[in-house]
Design a binder for this molecule. Structure first.
Ligand SMILES: Cc1cc2nc3c(=O)[nH]c(=O)nc-3n(C[C@H](O)[C@H](O)[C@H](O)COP(=O)(O)OP(=O)(O)OC[C@H]3O[C@@H](n4cnc5c(N)ncnc54)[C@H](O)[C@@H]3O)c2cc1C
Length: 112
């Protein structure tokens, strides 16, 4: 399943809870090998969960789990926000980067 927003996502989670199914969230799959036996339960791709807002006053970024990490890094730089440059070459989504604590060039997700 690939929900577009929270309104799409919540009923899926409620259904999985009702059916007592395990839930697995996937980002862009850049750090995954999936067995030929598949993944049990409900698999949710976050790739359509996209929104990106940067507050120019505070530099606070509000980002959907499925936003591509390089895009977020570029937009932060374009808006004059420093500190996210390390992320520009790492494939995957913001959600995946947080879970994996992605990092490069001396920076990582946990720092932010
Ligand atoms: C060419 C290449 C270069 C890379 N370079 C780097 C690098 O320099 N540094 C680095 O750290 N990594 C690197 N990686 C690894 C990978 O890109 C990162 O780990 C990335 O953060 C994974 O994001 P993803 O969206 O693809 O996650 P996925 O591969 O889809 O998922 C990874 C794990 O996170 C979980 N997950 C994903 N999204 C969510 C979510 N929203 N909520 C809960 N769980 C979630 C998944 O269930 C899975 O367990 C590289 C990979 C490739 C292919």
């Amino acid at each position: 399943m690939s929900p577009r927003d929270a309104a799409d996502l919540w009923p899926l989670l409620e259904w999985a809870k009702f059916e007592a199914l395990p839930v697995t969230l996937l980002g862009a799959g850049t750090n995954l090998l999936i067995s030929d036996r598949g993944v049990p339960g409900l698999v949710i791709s976050t790739r359509r969960l996209r929104h990106l807002k940067i507050d120019p006053e505070t530099g606070l970024m509000t980002v959907g789990a499925g936003e591509p990490l390089p895009k977020v890094a570029w937009q932060a730089a374009e808006q004059g926000c420093q500190g996210f440059e390390w992320a520009v070459g790492i494939p995957g989504t913001i959600g995946g980067a947080v879970v994996m604590n992605a990092g490069a060039h001396g920076g990582c997700a946990a720092d932010f």
